[in-house]
Each structure stands twice: as C-alpha cells, then as structure tokens.
Design a protein around this ligand. Structure first.
Ligand SMILES: [Zn+2]
Length: 500
C-alpha cells in the first residue's frame, strides 16, 4: 500500500479531450499514412463542412516538410475544409490554407510580425505562411475553434479522472485551467477573463465525480501586471468552494520549446543552425514584477522554462522576491530541459521546486532529430539534469505533462531511473533512484501543488488517499516497477477504482 500518487503538472481535461478526439498518438508516420488516417476521420465527421477538423497527437517531425503537407491538404475538397494538426507537444501545429484563412494568417500578417514574434508562424520563401505554427501562432488558430460543448468537456473530465485513478493518481496540478479550445494559452491577452476548463472541473465535482484533488493554476499573460492578477482573482472567486478543487496560483510561460523548427526556448548559448538564442516571453523586469505581485498575494508561481536562460531568469525573479519577502510559498519551475550548472544550487537556496517530466529523459526522435543537431555535446548531455539538481539539494516533483506524454507515473519512474526508453539512453549519470521517484510522486509533488498539509504521505491528520499495488515496489527492479498494476485506489477513504 502506498499514498495516492500526485502528478505535479498534467493537462488532465485536455488529455481526456485529446483521447476522445481524432488522435495520431504521436506515431512517426509518413505523409501518405497521415493523409489516409486524417481523410478517414474527415469522412466520419463530414456533417458540418465548415467546422474545423482537429487532429491531436501529431508527431512534430511531420512539420519538417510543410510543402508535402500542403500538397495533400490544400487540394480538392480540403480547400474548403479547415484542418488543424495539433502537435503532440501542444506547442506546435500545422494548419491548412482553409484554416489559415479563418485565422487571418496570410502573407500580410506574416510581414507585420515583429522580430520577436517571427518564429510563431512558419513562412515559405515566397513570403506565404507555410502552415507551421509555434506557441502564440497556435493560439491564433485555437481562438477560432468552436468551444466544445459542456457535455464533451464533462466527458473529457470523467475520462481524465478514470485514467488517473487507474494509475493510482489521486491528485494533480492542472497548470492551465483558464485555457482550452476557443481560448489562448501561450499569448493570453492581459485582461482576458476566460474560465477555460474550470466549469468542467466544477461540473465534475458537483456530480460527485472528482475523485482527485485538483490544484488548478491560471495562466497569466506575459504582459500581466498586478491589476491583471486582480482580474484573475475574479475568475478564481467564481470557482471558490468547489469540492476537491483548489486554485493556488498562476502559471507563467518564460519561453517555448527547444525542438526544431520552433527553437523558441531561451538559451544562454545559441542554436547552431541559426545562431539565435530563442526568445524570453517576458522582460526581466516584467517577470520579476509579476512573480512579486503573485507572491505578495500568497499565490504559488509555476514557471514553464526549458532553456537555460529561461531557467536562470526565473530563478533571478524568485531571488529578487525572496530578498525582501519570505512568504513561505513554494514556487516551482517546470520542464528544465537545460539548466546551467551554476544554477543547480539556487533551487535549494530559494526553496524553488523542480517539477520534472522525466519520461522525457530518453533518446526519442524529438531529441535525436529535432534537438541534437542544434546543440553542443555538453548541452545535449546535460538535458534534464535530475541527479545534479538533487545532489545540490533541489526538491524534485514528478509530472507527466499529459497528453504530451503518458499519464502513467510508473513508466515515468522507470525512465527517470534508467534514463532509457525504446529509442535509447540519455546520460545515465543523471539517473535517480527509486526512493527519489516515489517521493517525487508523493510528498514532493504534494509540496509543489500546495497541499503538503493534506496529502502526500500516510499519517494521522492527512486525507486517506491510498493505493494498493500488485507488487512490492520497494523490492522490485526498475523493469518490474514499470509494469506495476494498481489493484485499488482510495480517495478520502472511499474506493474509487478497482482492477477487474
Ligand atoms: Zn504543460
């Protein structure tokens, strides 16, 4: 028996929605196969021709040749059928010409972009957008999608609870609860008061179906200030009192992702193909002011940072705040693909939790094809430096980023312990041991989501969230740990899942 597991960063409702939608499951497919699968979904859903067809889970290597996609999806009947191929990284996408027309993405739009926005829309040599979208570019399109009806979001929420309870997860942090189809994620306008997927969580809770603690964060705009936090607080207040739902703070995007062609993660060095360093989405001053304003409210700040420059500037912001206020709030940085060695000890010193998706610490095609060619060997080997951070005292919490990778924590623990997946190994010196991983998904994750007083360990006074598993996880090796089956999951002392 173990405490219920905790996922410190999962887009659970979007994961449910993606699972219930057309989904290519991140498979690496040639264009002909993509065409065949997408065409079949189109034939099934032809009822409303103008309604965009959205396909989730598309492997981003698919965008390496946008011209080939255009030759398939900008001809014949596709000329009037908007299509969005959503990357399995949720940061990149490809859209056909009909979808670009709906979103106003054309040559004139591309010409009007500032230097810092230019990476958000891919452009062919003739100046026409080629359909590849990154971060804020993806927002342009998601803003055009019809909001899914409430029933579908409720179904997605139910799917998410079932899937998580089945893996033994009884709590999670949803880092973008005010985003969803029809609302911007990466470039939320300051002042926007969208409620995203919060109504789905509330409906689920009111129907008695939320058998997990959900710590829901609101995404702040890169341009947010103290006044904007007041508007986010108004969103928050609408959902106060929802059973099992807490709203401990905000999420900030400091940068984007490292993969080619996006290369939007902010590096201390340069991408070798372009000589560019990626983009910070906020100024140093803006980031510090925002972190300060949130900390002053007692809100937890969870920063998305993949590049080592984004990590450093995030730590700088936390340090600036801690110099004049010790609120006791445990802030966190998530993803942490590259971290400069000089910054390792700062996590412990500042009490900043490292929320890591260690399922990614393997040599898959993302790293081999889309990252490795553009980094130095030292940078490449230093990715996801879990053991180095731990050695310098950092608290490491476990997370999936589902649906970007599987919600299964046993697989993530295996990757963290072996640094090995189907595609090969990534720097075994950064392996963590089993105890560290069990702590990462229990006590440490509880700290990261602001519920350390209530969950994360089995002791008097905490809630009775616990699981029964089919093997002695303290005795088995990593291969066996990966196969762990949860037999029963209990939430607040009530059995909410039992294996058949
Ligand atoms: Zn995420």
């Amino acid at each position: 028996m173990l405490p219920g597991l905790i996922d410190a960063h999962t887009h659970a409702v979007i994961g449910g929605l993606a699972a219930l939608s057309p989904n290519l499951q991140d498979e690496e497919l040639d264009i002909a196969s993509v065409r065949q699968r997408v065409q079949a979904w189109r034939d099934e859903t032809r009822s409303d021709a103008d309604r965009p067809l959205v396909v989730f889970g598309v492997n981003p290597a698919t965008w390496k040749n946008p011209q080939a996609l255009a030759e398939v999806f900008d001809v014949g009947s596709w000329m009037s059928q908007p299509l969005l191929l959503m990357g399995s990284d949720l940061h990149t996408a490809w859209v056909n010409r009909a979808m670009r027309a709906k979103a106003g993405i054309d040559a004139a739009y591309a010409r009007g972009l500032t230097a810092s926005q230019r990476h958000t829309v891919g452009v062919a040599t003739d100046g026409e957008p080629n359909g590849v979208l990154v971060d804020a570019g993806v927002d342009l399109v998601t803003l055009q999608l019809p909001k899914p009806d409430e029933d579908l979001l409720l179904e997605a929420g139910k799917f998410a609870v079932r899937a998580n309870n089945r893996y033994g997860i009884t709590a999670w942090m949803d880092p973008a609860a005010n985003a969803g189809p029809g609302e911007a994620l990466f470039a939320r306008a300051p002042g926007s008061t969208g409620t995203g997927i919060l109504p789905a969580y509330r409906a689920l809770a009111e129907a008695g179906g939320l058998s997990a603690h959900v710590a829901a964060l609101l995404v702040a705009s890169p341009l947010s200030d103290a006044a904007d936090l007041e508007r986010l607080n108004a969103v928050r207040e609408q959902f106060q009192g929802t059973p099992n739902l807490t709203m401990p703070g905000i999420k900030i995007f400091a940068d984007g992702v490292l993969e080619y062609p996006a290369q939007s993660a902010a590096l201390l060095g340069e991408y070798s193909n372009s000589g560019k360093r990626g983009e910070m989405l906020l100024t140093r001053k803006g980031l510090q002011a925002l972190v300060d304003a949130a900390d002053a409210r007692g809100w937890l700040v969870h920063i998305h940072a993949l590049g080592d420059r984004a990590v450093r500037e995030s730590l700088d912001a936390f340090e600036a705040v801690r110099e004049h206020r010790d609120s006791g709030v445990r802030h966190s940085i998530t993803h942490l693909q590259l971290v400069d060695a000089n910054d390792y000890p700062r996590f412990a010193r500042l009490g900043v939790i490292a929320v890591m998706q260690l399922h990614w610490a393997e040599m898959d095609n993302y790293l081999l094809d889309l990252v490795k060619p553009y980094l130095s060997e030292t940078e490449f080997m230093g990715q996801y430096p879990a053991r180095s951070l731990q050695r310098q005292g950092a608290v490491i919490a476990g997370a999936s980023d589902w649906p970007i990778s599987t919600a299964n924590p046993w697989e993530a623990m295996h990757h963290a312990m072996t640094r090995h997946g189907p595609g090969g190994g990534l720097n075994p010196a950064e392996r963590l041991d089993k105890t560290s991983m069990l702590l990462a998904y229990t006590r440490h994750a509880a700290q990261a989501i602001g519920l350390a007083d209530k969950i994360g360990s089995l002791e008097p006074g905490k809630q009775a969230d616990f699981i029964v598993v089919d093997r002695d996880v303290l005795e088995v090796d990593a291969e066996s740990l990966k196969q762990t089956q949860v037999l029963e999951t209990y939430f607040a002392g009530v059995k909410v899942y039992a294996a058949q």
